[in-house]
Write a protein that binds this ligand. Sequence first.
Ligand code: WT7
Length: 659
Amino acid sequence: MSSTINTMLIEKRVFNPSKEFVSRARISGMDQYRAMCEEAERNPDSFWRTLAQENLQWRKPFTKVLNDSNAPFYTWFEDGELNVSENCLDVHVKNGNGDKTAIIFEADDGTVQSITYRDLLARVCRIANGIKTLGYGKGDRAIIYLPMSIEAIAVMQACARLGLTHSVVFGGFSARSLHQRIVDVGAKLVITADAQVRGGRQIPLKAAVDEALSYEGGDVVEKVVVYERTGSQVDWVEGRDVRLSEIEAGQAEECEPVAVEAEHPLFVLYTSGSTGKPKGVQHSSGGYLLWAKMTALWVFDAKPEDIFWCTADVGWVTGHSYIAYGSMAAGLTQIVFEGIPTYPNAGRFWEMVQRHKVSIFYTAPTAIRSLIKASELNPEHHPRRYDLSSLRLLGSVGEPINPEAWMWYYENVGGSRCPIVDTWWQTETGGHILTPLPGATPLKPGSCTLPLPGIDAAVVDESGKELPAGAGGLLVIRRPWPAMIRTVWGDENRFRTSYFPSELGGMYMAGDNAQRDEDGYFWILGRTDDVLSVSGHRLGGTEIESALVAHELVAEAAVVGRPDATTGEAIVAFIMLKQSAPDGEEAQKIAETLRNWVAREVGPIAKPRDIRFGNSLPKTRSGKIMRRLLRLVAEGRDIDQDTSTLENPDVLKQFSDVY
Ligand code: WT7
């Protein structure tokens, strides 16, 4: 945290958008940006009404914009009806853009396959008709556990077409995590693939579904639809399992979109919070889609001729808003990539930018940092070896981008010519919140700059009082916005207490610490809770702790993050076994067992990097684990802080060995 603050105080570089960029931008210059902000503040009702009328196609027009009578359960455009898939596909075909390429899919092995908006619509309709034939529609939930593919997007869109609420689970989560989400969301239908292919390796998905459904409560699922990605051998449950190709076969290429209320849940996406169980973030259809589309247009300054590439997976919110929905509603041509940035070598991203003439490239700081490292090790894969002249805009998302990585990205990838939009947002916000507008905002490396028009963001203290420039505090959003989380699926109380604590008097609390500078620019300092960011993946410390203590050898566990130059944070687990603390080979063996256990319980992405054993955990006299001190130990720093509040100050010494 302290390094970010220091950086901010010394960061004096400012990059203004080029005249050429400004002259062609959708939002052009700071005056236009400020005028939009003022308009939204002065008359929010007409600001949002006009956007929603002009940018979405409504089956039944809305009359009411915001209903705040049951705050914080806000509703938007509540008496209007629309269909999300119609707004993402049919509109483009009707507007004469049916032959425009919607998706350029590049497989792990480099095979390329493109699909036009017209053909994608037909595919979505066939799948939707297939799902309908199985007997599912509005009011049901489907779990989607698919690799990056045209099929993943088509299946999400098909659900949207039917008003079937989906919940996508990232392929890096285990059968246990999958099971938890299936049960929580009450899915009758699971759509998966036989396997996914990443980095030249096949990773089974169907087998994980079979396992998840074998656990208690897994029998809520009636049907499993399997997309045959690899054709590999899978177990088959007659009557339950059915192939995607079978349900599509013979179906009509038209499927009437089901008009749903604007508030109808388009999807539920699980994310980590500060307690053990992931939260099902529920999003709407109307408000969500409006903001996903507007931000795609404004922040990426998207034009019809752009080739857009968001490298996220559809298992995360970035892949929902800027692959499956917002960018589709904006009618973009986009790249969908199955593989990983380092296969077959660390030049993969740059080679793909060159091959597909990508003009807008949106990725995560962790990917940039790993590619910096790789290009230092092997200059052959340095971005300067590739023709990246098609690029005109770069984006960053998921965690703070450190100014050094920002500069490298700016100079080596963007050729010092492309603005970088550092977009701060969350699963809960549905779309971008704090971000530069590329044709307006002067950029400062490491800052996500300013709120979008219509967004009332602030930094406040614990009583909700706004803090002056230079003071760190809680990042809040003071007024509702259309794409905000509607509730935590099945847990209204958790929604209130997690995001609208009473001390803040109704403001949305993001869970991040932030600070503003003299120009009002926001600098994100990190989370206020125990949420970790590992390679841009949001993981709950408590979730990993719960997994660890569920192992028969473990008595207690505490998980913290330590800063890592590549992955942002690395997971460090402090463990007290039921037996006394092991060392040497035995400790090594137990550490390995526990790592594999976490991979099974949560997912391979949650494996602790370091494991440290002790005979007890440091606790306050009231029994709270001192994670603050453990963080210092994890970083290998001296504990020069006052440890007198510790019940048992000596325990810290035990944790010196790392396994
Ligand atoms: C958390 C949300 C937004 C889609 C991907 C992550 C951190 C996100 C930035 C940024 C600094 C960022 C925050 C936030 N974060 N973007 N540009 N600068 N921090 O969504 O998994 O819901 O995680 O990611 O800590 O709270 P998510």
